[in-house]
Ligand binder design. Structure first.
Ligand SMILES: [Zn+2]
Length: 293
């Protein structure tokens, strides 16, 4: 037996509450499909399936997917940290969001997973089953894989200035959710967004004429609706007013979600069901934190 200490996430503890879990430390049998490295563990447990044996008790969890921080390890199993079709199928939107939250916390704590990239590449050669579709700004500081500490095969990423939704982005999202099986859409804006700030400062002007950029209005046009929606600020409606700009950023994320649901019946229908979530978030470039809206 390889001894691996896992810390269960709150949702996982809840799943195990019908069992006599006296603490969150488990020893994992090597026969388990446990994908571990020194810093991280993802263990898949299925109904009536794999048996975990701790030093103190035997536990059979009727749970789906577990991805936990590995607190310490006396032995290391080769890491194959990829999402499989089975893991995707059994994951709940809540567990996926918990995964993203935990990943952002690791990112902020300088505790990102040390991945064995060649194994991840090899394990995903045959296909992918991403858990989520992220729509984020193109800003170089806001890469979803980085800020959520996820790896190869874990999420789809769509990037466009101002995290607005174009027909191309929507088509990509529909594929990700409707065909490839992702269960979460997360729209990610961020503080100090150049696209949002430019839109704020270009209100009432011809964006192309003012900037010399032939296509910039395709970005500032959609975002300008969020500027219009922010009605609480009457004095300083410039991008220098950071609180105002952040409120516009949040409204722009929410507007993008409305656009997605209005323009994609497929995603709207999924989002109306129990096994799908569409959420907004704002990443703060000042401290690395993702705030969910
Ligand atoms: Zn941006």
């Amino acid at each position: 037996m390889r001894n691996v200490r896992l810390e269960l996430l709150p949702s996982q503890k809840k799943c195990a509450e019908n069992h006599t879990v006296t603490h969150s430390t488990l020893d994992v049998k090597p026969a388990l499909p446990a994908f571990l490295d020194q810093n991280f563990a993802r263990v898949r447990l299925t109904l009536g399936g794999f048996r975990l044996i701790s030093r103190q008790f035997t536990l059979v969890l009727s749970v789906t997917t577990i991805k936990s921080n590995l607190m310490s390890s006396t032995n290391v199993i080769d890491p194959v940290q990829v999402v499989t079709k089975d893991i995707q199928k059994e994951a709940s939107p809540e567990s996926i969001l918990a995964l993203l939250r935990a990943g952002n916390q690791r990112f902020r704590d300088n505790n990102r997973v040390a991945r064995k990239n060649s194994d991840d590449v090899a394990a995903t050669t045959g296909g992918q089953a991403p858990l989520a579709v992220a729509l984020a700004c193109m800003d170089s500081r806001v890469g979803p894989e980085a800020i959520f500490d996820v790896g190869i095969g874990d999420i789809f990423s769509i990037r466009v200035a101002g995290n607005i939704v174009s027909p191309e982005a929507l088509g990509s999202m529909e594929y990700g959710c409707g065909v490839a099986g992702s269960k979460v859409v997360i729209v990610i804006g961020h503080t100090r967004c150049g696209a949002v700030n430019a839109t704020i400062d270009l209100m009432g002007k011809d964006a192309k004429e003012a900037t010399g950029l032939d296509n910039i209005a395709s970005i500032t046009g959609p975002i300008s609706r969020a500027v219009d929606q922010e009605t609480s600020e009457s004095d300083d409606r410039s991008s220098k007013n950071e609180d105002f700009a952040i409120r516009v950023t949040e409204l722009n994320v929410l507007q993008t979600i409305k656009d997605i649901r209005a323009k994609s019946p497929v995603i709207d229908k999924l989002a109306s069901g129990d096994d799908f979530e569409i959420v907004g978030a704002v990443y703060d470039v000042r401290n690395g934190e993702v705030k969910f809206l």
